[in-house]
Design a protein around this ligand. Structure first.
Ligand code: PEP
Ligand code: MG
Length: 570
């Protein structure tokens, strides 16, 4: 029996290959380092930052030229970190206190990483790994330790506590068959890249890494999170068969990718993706997304020490728009408050945060936050089609006020001679019962609707979306929720504006059939759900869907509706 251990499987699939460990502990080199005067230490640091930054730029340009925009976007993130003046200041404060350059770099980046480690948002927590990678790269440069040699031609399983995304991006396809990390999660940049390349990946194996040596043969099961050391011939054969099966499935998904989501009787729905960072655009398009239906802009605001400037926002939004290559990117304006507090904004402690000062309410009260965001979106709109989506709308007055702000941002940009989008559609999230009930009125003010069922369900059923005690109440199939959705879609259609959905319900292939029958025009979801929803929509005629909807609307129980859909749409 071969030795096995477990981590968390974050990219499914089987791989057999030889271990290549890529991190080199810097402990001994740091201890042996002889420090110079403060000035020369600072010079060494700046020179090392320049070399690492230039290397990242070079790789980034190569990735862009090869059409690998996801890799390019991730390398850009790290490059911005390398050159971050706040990080440089932090490092130099340490050399001023007599700390040698390599230690100053590693301590400063570790302190920054610890801030990210403490964040609630999983994506932002993962930025800690990026900062640590950047620190390692700069320190290695100061210490004169050369780049990791990955020559050879065996099928490699890249292994490390963390792995620099730039390293992963630089290994040609074919050489690399899997990734094994001591730390990390599904949103680590290295993992995002591994997923884009469909490389089976396991993270969080921690101390087990110490059992692995360069050249060991291992089998990875990225579905189960299983690592098998020295697999038997039978296990290797089984993995090969499983891989062939996966390749077939991937081919099926890929075959579906460029086909439209159209019913056999010709009703067409656009399938879009929900994302939080520009790096997610390309993998979403690869899954068949026809654009981005929801860019959750708050991801950029969460878990930092200060507000992102207009310029920082513009860089991120523009990267997303460019990655969309002509497809539309819908930016939702800042949706904070509720379960997403921002430490640096000093938001008041509220006894009912979900019913409090959140989302559009904050934006309208704080033009100093709203204007830079609208300007950044409009500027990004000079590079491709964009739209603005307003969260948590309850009244037409809010929409009018927001539209005025949008017009002011555009007028100011034009007066300043700054390039920006010509026209930007303004959409409303229909995620409060108030908005759904007055959809007819709101439709007069809006260019499109996007139904946010994640909030709509909780507000309609008075059931907190994060409270497991009431999770049985939290279902899109409650007749009250279905009626509000139907009412919203009908109001939008009557007014001649498109109605989409970006809540989780949109990614449920059974619910999608009901939404099709109600007349929805767009569904925006986690990219991974796109092939399943598309396959279902291509199977069921609009006529059948209407019949099913008729039956469902006559039923009075959410669980029974769900069960009925699962049986009838098997
Ligand atoms: C929603 O409420 O359905 C939605 C998409 O927004 P969020 O989940 O970010 O609140
Ligand atoms: Mg919401």
């Amino acid at each position: 029996m071969s030795v096995e251990f477990r981590g968390a499987g974050v990219v499914p699939g089987m791989a057999v290959g030889t271990i290549r460990r890529v991190e080199t502990s810097l402990t001994a080199a740091v201890a042996a380092y002889v420090s110079g005067a403060q000035e020369s230490e600072n010079e060494k640091i700046l020179a090392a930052q320049a070399v690492v930054g230039a290397r990242l730029t070079e790789q980034m340009t190569a990735c862009s030229a090869a059409g690998q925009s996801l890799q390019a976007a991730i390398l850009t993130t790290q490059q911005l970190m390398v050159q971050d003046p706040m990080l440089t200041e932090k490092i130099q404060n340490k050399t001023a206190a007599g700390i040698p350059a390599p230690q100053a770099i590693l301590t400063a980046t570790e302190e920054e990483a610890a801030i990210f480690d403490a964040m609630d948002d999983a994506y932002l927590r993962e930025r800690a790994a990026d900062i640590r990678c950047v620190g390692q790269a700069i320190a290695r440069q100061v210490l004169g330790i050369s780049e990791i040699d990955l020559s050879g031609d065996e099928a490699m399983i890249l292994t490390g506590v963390t792995i620099e995304p730039s390293l992963l991006a630089s290994i040609p396809a074919g050489r690399l068959v899997g990734v094994l990390l001591g730390e990390g999660s599904r949103t680590s940049h290295a993992v995002i890249l591994a997923r884009a390349r469909s490389l089976p990946t396991i993270v969080g194996v921690g101390n087990f890494l110490s059992q692995l040596r360069d050249g060991d043969e291992v089998l990875l099961d990225g579905e189960q999170g299983l690592v098998r050391l020295q697999p038997t011939a039978a296990e290797v054969a089984f993995a090969a068969a499983a891989r062939r099966q996966q390749d077939l499935l991937r081919e099926k998904d890929a075959a579906l990718r460029d086909l439209p989501a159209v019913t056999p009787d010709g009703v067409r729905i656009s399938l879009l993706a929900n994302i939080g960072t520009s790096a997610e655009v390309v993998p979403a398009l690869e899954k068949g997304a026809e654009g981005i239906g929801l860019f959750r802009s708050e991801v950029l605001f969460l878990g930092r020490a200060s507000l992102p400037t207009e310029e920082e926002q513009y860089i991120v939004y523009r990267a997303a728009v460019e990655n969309c290559r002509g497809k539309r990117c819908v930016f939702r304006t800042l949706d904070i408050g509720g379960d997403k507090p921002l430490a640096y904004l000093d938001l008041p402690v509220e006894s009912n945060p979900f019913l409090g000062w959140r989302a559009i309410r904050i934006s309208l009260d704080r033009p100093d936050l709203f204007q830079p965001q609208l300007r950044a979106i409009l500027r990004a709109g000079a590079y491709g089609p964009v739209a603005v989506l307003l969260p948590m709308i309850v009244s037409a007055a809010e929409v009018r006020a927001a539209r005025q702000q949008l017009e002011k941002a555009r007028t100011d940009l034009l007066a300043e001679g700054i390039a920006c989008a010509d026209t930007v559609p303004l959409g409303l999230m229909i995620e409060t019962p108030a908005a759904a009930l007055t959809a007819k009125i709101l439709a007069q003010q809006a260019d499109f609707f996007s139904i946010g069922t994640n909030d709509l369900i909780q507000y309609t059923l008075a059931a907190d979306r994060g409270n497991p005690k009431v999770s049985s109440l939290y279902s899109p199939f409650y007749p009250a929720v279905l009626q509000l959705i139907l009412q919203t879609i009908s109001a939008g259609r009557e007014a001649g504006i498109p109605v989409g959905m970006c809540g989780e319900m949109a990614g449920d292939s059974y619910a999608a059939v009901l939404l099709l029958a109600m007349g929805i025009s767009e569904l925006s979801m986690t990219a991974a759900s796109i092939p399943g929803v598309k396959a279902k929509l291509r199977q069921v005629t609009a006529k059948q869907a209407k019949k099913i909807l008729g039956t469902v609307l006559a039923m009075d129980d959410a669980a029974a509706i769900e069960q009925y859909l699962r049986i009838i749409l098997q």
